[in-house]
Design a protein around this ligand. Sequence first.
Ligand code: SAH
Ligand code: SF4
Ligand code: F3S
Length: 462
Amino acid sequence: MKEKKTTMTKQVYIKTFGCQMNERDSEIMEQMLAQSGYIPVGEPTNADLVILNTCSIRAKAEQKVFSLLGSLRKQKKQQPDLRIAVAGCVAQQEGEQIFRRMPHVDIVVGTQQLYQLPEMLGRLERQETAREISCDLEKEFIIPPFQKLLQDRPPQSAEFRKFVTIMQGCNNYCSYCVVPTTRGREISRPVADILEEVRLQVNRGIKEITLLGQNVNSYGCTNAVAEKPTGFAYLLKMVAAIPGVQRLRFTTSNPQDLSTELMQCFQELPNLCPHFHLPVQAGSNAVLKRMNRKYTRELYQEKVAELRSYRPDIALCTDVIVGFPGETEEDFAQTMELLETVRFHGSFSFKYSDRPHTRSADFSDKVEEQVKGERLQRFQSRQDAISLERNQEFLGKTVEVMIESCSSADPSEPFQMKGRTGSNHIVHLRSSTQLLPGDLVLVTLTHAGQHSLKGVLKGVLP
Ligand code: SAH
Ligand code: SF4
Ligand code: F3S
């Protein structure tokens, strides 16, 4: 029975939590495992291998992982051949502890050891080991040996955009954040490798590229690989110049070292999308200081004004933490005030959460859960209203939309489509002809909701 299984195709279910880094890493794992005969499935039931690619950014994210692991215990009892792997930030943070808490886990693989996964699985299958763990943090950028795997893979029909990781880790040590612990020291990936990956993707038919790093603004300041120093703006220009990159985005940017050169790219590069995610975290200078964010609200507002001077229609998004230790009503009022002055198109807001090995976990004056909840609600309801007003500014305008999905419930009805503007707004529209994901169309916007827009198709771009 056992022998038979190894020659058959095996099924892998990957569940991804957290940020785009994890999404990209999951895709890499999927590609590597395809080489060992694993096909991806959408359900854990009947899978031979379940991988949880985990996030630890807030306590809730980590709890989700452990509760899912808890429910997998039952499946493993009925299906002893099932292999369970934990990857990502919780794996990195907890290491061996995961086996202690969840003895039915077979593999723990850290954020920089993904490429070990097939070997680890091989050793388990050959019964050389009972369990596998690999959680070292590296001092060099992990150049994925599987980058080449891409070359032969035609894109699936719905694939039109890709993430490209340009750096790993983070050196900022914001006092609340686990990322420097879970992803290690900041290391920039060599320019040539990034350009090669982008070219490969474009040759496969990919139209939109998002460059990923925890703090892209410091790209090139921390190259492990000897190379002449190059800043992020330089890299961005090189990527933008690759023929076939129709849309270019990046995330995330830290306001502290946002350069004029980078901001000017929004004026100079036609394929750089007019959307900027610029996390502010808090509107009070006292709180920013305790967060170890190295800018003030004034500097933040200056950067926003400068950015808008180069690209007036840029859509600005942010991240906010409410209820950071010691945050007073007065401090919070300053966050609300910033919301009114900047008028973000959108934001992601979170209640502060204590995380292991962070400085703020030891701060006194923790804000009560109920107060955090109230502040979050106040923030979000005001943001929702502003988002709606911002969306209404688009009414009557004709914009470029990249189609993401196209469906028709009834053949006599026009196709229902969902797409995205350069400013990162979701647009719903109809068309009598079928369009494909990745197609660029012109749409006149006719309706604005809080979270999306509606429009009428005006034409299809070549
Ligand atoms: N590198 C990115 C952030 C990655 S984490 C940056 O610096 O902007 C994504 C967001 O999670 C952060 O911007 C922050 O708003 C939130 N976050 C991080 N740690 C948190 C914590 N301990 N509690 C609540 N929110 C947190
Ligand atoms: Fe975390 Fe700050 Fe680094 Fe962002 S910049 S990943 S918030 S330490
Ligand atoms: Fe979460 Fe790790 Fe990303 S903690 S947000 S998956 S870097």
